[in-house]
Design a protein around this ligand. Structure first.
Ligand code: DER
Length: 224
């Protein structure tokens, strides 16, 4: 369908930045799926790379498609990371975490020399916040953590997986926080990180170097 087509052209464009011998951060989500598929084709044609996955789901895709993997016991840096996003603003600040992988994604993306984000044009916004901000929280005493989050003027919603709370790959809960408009993302991220019980937020600030936006007109490049 048309949405998949927009994701796919952005994802396949990102493969052009991959060079032989690179260590690659593999993001998570349905747009990254198309990147993994295209990367696997290049690997089958002889491209030599190794990837570190940012979720168990991405690890499964990489295994199924024959992309060689490595891990942080063998390297503490990456040449390039490719990942999706839920919102991108004009300064390339992101909201991520719609798929629940934000903690591993941020840990992978943080150590990459270059971060390329691949999105369809529905993700491009003027100001962050319409998409409820995912916040990863330790399950123990989560009710008390929610009380502290409420003091920031938001009603955190526990993300469910059917009848039970969603549990991240790191055994934590995710709270979706509908701030509506986030005027100062840096300040909000700092405030959230200081709340006892909060592990990480879906605000990826000053991290992306390039955003590839898939639209009906093709792929638009947004640079810092
Ligand atoms: O959860 C995440 O951070 C994903 O990267 C998400 O932001 C994008 O997922 P999508 O490509 O399926 O929209």
């Amino acid at each position: 369908n048309q949405l998949d087509q927009k994701k796919r052209i952005a994802a396949e464009k990102a493969v052009e930045w991959i060079e032989d011998g690179m260590l690659i951060g593999l993001g998570s989500g349905s747009t990254v799926y198309w990147f993994i598929r295209k990367l696997a084709e290049r690997v089958h044609d002889g491209l030599r790379i190794q990837g570190i996955p940012s979720s168990k789901r991405t690890e499964q895709w990489a295994d199924e498609m024959g992309i060689p993997l490595t891990d942080f016991s063998k390297t503490d840096r990456l040449d390039l990371a490719i990942d999706g996003a839920d919102e991108v603003d004009p300064k390339l600040n992101l909201i991520k975490g719609g798929g629940g992988s934000l903690l591993r994604e941020k840990l992978v993306n943080q150590v990459a020399d270059k971060l390329i984000i691949i999105v369809d044009d529905s993700k491009a916004v003027l100001q962050l916040g319409q998409f409820p901000l995912p916040v990863e929280v330790v399950p123990f005493a989560w009710q008390t953590t929610v009380n502290r989050l409420r003091e920031l003027g938001v009603e955190p919603r526990l993300r469910m997986d059917g009848a039970r709370p969603f549990v991240s790959n790191n055994q934590n809960y995710i709270f979706d926080c509908a701030f509506q408009t986030i005027r100062d993302p840096q300040a909000l991220h700092r405030e959230l990180k200081q709340v006892l019980g909060v592990v990480e937020t879906g605000l990826f600030l000053n991290m992306a170097d390039l955003v590839l936006i898939g639209s009906e007109q093709g792929v638009q490049q947004l640079k810092k």
